[in-house]
Design a protein. Structure first.
Length: 137
């Protein structure tokens, strides 16, 4: 139970790091570069997912293994995170559609989407990608 609690806390820390990347990139692309908020979110999500993969590989699931080379693990991570991404993006889009003020503050909608998808992302990362212990044979 202690190990699970530690993983949840580290996953949450990685999620905050990913959210900072996601929110900063989407906000910058929309406000400073004039990008469409829906298109900007695709790029910001990919960058944030890469950061969270690195974090979780290095810290959260350091005692677990994926049995994949780093590039294959990253692709599998993106594939698994796509479930959470659909939820994440759905919440983001619904908020933008229903609250016009969020077009100037897309980072708020990105944060809400990230929070809702976090549980799905943790379950798929722990239960599918990093399911084996590095110490097991």
């Amino acid at each position: 139970m202690v190990k699970l609690s530690r993983e949840i806390m580290l996953f949450a820390a990685g999620g905050v790091l990913g959210l900072l990347v996601d929110a900063t990139v989407v906000q910058t692309l929309v406000v400073a570069a004039g990008w469409d908020p829906y298109l900007a979110r695709v790029l910001s999500f990919l960058l944030a997912a890469t950061v969270t993969w690195w974090w979780n590989r290095r810290y959260t699931f350091a005692a677990r293994r994926s049995d994949r080379a780093a590039h294959a693990e990253w692709l599998h991570w993106l594939g698994l995170m796509s479930f959470g991404a659909v939820i994440n993006y759905g919440v983001y889009a619904l908020l933008l559609l229903n609250f016009a003020a969020l077009h100037r503050w897309p980072a708020v909608a990105a944060a809400a989407g990230s929070a809702v998808a976090a549980l799905v992302n943790f379950a798929t990362a722990r239960g599918i990608l990093f399911k084996g212990s590095k110490t097991s044979t």
